[in-house]
Design a protein around this ligand. Sequence first.
Ligand code: FES
Length: 154
Amino acid sequence: MEVKTFPAVDMEIRKWGAKPESLIQVLHGTQESLGYLPEEVLTYISEKLNVPLSKIYGVVTFYNFFKLKKDAGHVIMVCMGTACYVKGSENILDVICNHLGIKPNEITKDGRFAVRIVRCLGCCGLAPAIMVDGKDVYGKVTKEKVLEILTKYS
Ligand code: FES
């Protein structure tokens, strides 16, 4: 049976460690990537960090900050970490935001896109990089290429 993996979660676990104490940070970072915390992702986190799912639900419902429902069709994460920044990720961010008519961390009026800034996607060799929906990574992005990428999700 194929085991489903979630790169956005793995990225957080690499950062914070696969231990129960990392739960809040992993949930937080994962939500930044995905825009919300779907059930299958919570189940995955539960297994990886060895924390009972019931406890995770307790945490997620306690803090208003966490969302169990999707708030945008596609979440575009633009990496502004050092490697990406020096390779012009700020321009990429501008192109995306201008194209969608929103600012970073906003959602388009039709709810189809959200743009978020992240510090490192864990693939600095591909700088500048963006990630869509917590799973599709695009590297060496240019201003032209990024608009092409967006049309794939339109
Ligand atoms: S700094 Fe952008 S992927 Fe690491």
